[in-house]
Design a protein around this ligand. Structure first.
Ligand code: B12
Ligand code: SF4
Length: 364
């Protein structure tokens, strides 16, 4: 471990803050990595099975909750925040309310955050190395068993709200988190306190009731989980509640009173290819090649074409009945997979029940 005097550590911590801001991060905080309360909450959550098919959440629990088991000699965690909001509140709500459009979570409209965040964290580590010589560190952003939100709260970057996202009182929750695990005995920041109070807007608005227990998310019901992490057929009982949300969900964040003035996020996350307000029928007609072209470098890419089409079929089934929608659905039957076909048939039946004949469905 590096030996530095107290004044040198104080100065280094001030420098780290400045370098992090210069690199474009919105805020930085330092904690010890003590996670006993969060560990108990994680165990409770796993015991209820609320992680659904996310087996990665039940693996490496020890490493997730004890940073020095993941990276030996870790005694401090430097947490950073990077904003991604690029929309006006109105246009997110407008897209959500328009059954002919598809709603994509605001974090996924531009470039994928994992690599750029890690690159910047690496630059921060390089600057520290330049100042004090080699030290032990590892950079993470949603890339290993790490409890990013409790670490962020402990470092004073915000509090974990009832919707379970970390919230900064000034700018809200539209940001990503990243960390440097390190062996430097830097001075730590005070943890952030909770400001949710008696508010319960997020649990009231959640279309599927995933936030019925404040501060605990039943991922199996969460539309973000169903559209991004769930690999098999979406439970029929939940499909009708998903509306036009085809990748992720922001409802709980959109209603949060602390998300009123988020400021502009990093340029990397500005919407590309019109993904902030796409036409459902049009993107359902994308071939695999078009999907790959338009989602290159975006978080949507990792979903894969099959689940993209599954999600879009559900949204079309929830949309306005029209011949265009029916024809679009029919035209893709038998093309992608049995799972997608099953969702298409569900959608056709749903449109049929609401007035437009599902032309020729019986032929398949
Ligand atoms: C698994 C995961 C998911 C899952 C499960 C989400 C969840 N809430 O756990 C799914 C796929 C649903 C998901 C969705 C989203 N995710 Co996600 N996800 C993660 C991941 C990989 C792990 C989160 C985790 O540890 N969950 C385990 C459970 C136990 O934790 P928890 O619900 O947060 O529970 C804590 C609190 O609720 C609290 N608690 C529990 N009980 C109680 C009781 C009381 C009284 C109190 C006070 C507190 C309390 O303690 C628990 C432990 O800390 C992190 C990255 C990482 N490595 O940390 C990103 C991460 C949390 N996701 C992120 C994002 C952006 C999202 C979405 C907004 C994306 C979208 N628009 O669709 C949604 C938000 C949905 C929501 N309301 O949470 C960001 C959040 C940034 C932020 N501002 O907080 C992260 C940090 C990724 C990143 N690097 O930026 N995600
Ligand atoms: S909507 Fe209200 S209860 Fe939910 S996270 Fe925001 S302040 Fe907390």
């Amino acid at each position: 471990m590096k030996t530095l005097s107290d004044p040198a550590l104080q100065q280094l911590s001030r420098d780290i803050r400045q370098w992090a801001l210069d690199l474009g991060f919105d805020a930085v905080g330092i904690s010890t990595g003590e996670l006993s309360e969060a560990a108990a909450a994680l165990q409770r959550w796993l015991k209820k099975g609320w992680q659904g098919e996310m087996d990665f959440m039940s693996a490496h629990v020890q490493e997730r909750t004890q940073p020095d088991l993941l990276v030996p000699n870790t005694i401090r965690i430097i947490s950073v925040r990077l904003g991604y909001w690029h929309d006006s509140d109105d246009s997110a709500h407008e897209t959500l309310g328009d059954p002919e459009k598809a709603y994509i979570a605001r974090y996924a409209l531009g470039r994928d955050y994992h690599r750029p965040m890690r690159r910047r964290l690496q630059k921060l580590a390089d600057q520290i190395t330049e100042a004090i010589g080699p030290f032990s560190y590892r950079a993470f952003t949603d890339s290993a068993p790490v409890m990013e939100k409790p670490l962020g709260q402990a470092a004073g970057l915000g509090w974990i709200g009832k919707h379970t996202n970390l919230i900064d009182p000034q700018t809200g929750s539209w940001f990503f988190l990243g960390e440097l695990y390190t062996d430097l005995p830097l001075p730590v920041d005070p943890p952030h306190t909770d400001h949710c109070g008696t508010c319960s807007r997020c649990s009231a608005v959640c279309p599927t009731g995933a936030l019925d227990t404040p501060y605990e998310l039943d991922a199996r019901r969460c539309i973000a989980y169903l559209t991004i992490e769930h690999k098999t057929a979406i439970p029929e009982s939940l499909r009708g509640l998903m509306g036009n949300r085809v990748f992720g969900c922001d409802d709980c964040q959109l209603v949060c009173p602390h998300n009123g003035s988020p400021g502009k996020g990093d340029a990397l996350f500005a919407p590309r290819h019109g993904l902030d307000n796409p036409d459902l029928v049009e993107i359902f007609s994308w071939s695999l090649e078009q999907f790959e072209k338009y989602t290159n470098g975006s978080p949507l890419r990792r979903l894969g074409y099959e689940r993209w089409m599954r999600n879009l079929a559900v949204a079309l089934g929830n949309g306005r009945p029209s011949e265009t929608a029916t024809r679009a659905l029919r035209s893709r039957l038998g093309e992608i997979s049995d799972m997608v076909d099953e969702h298409i048939l569900w959608a056709l039946e749903r449109l049929d029940a609401r007035g437009i004949p599902a032309i020729g469905v019986q032929e398949y």
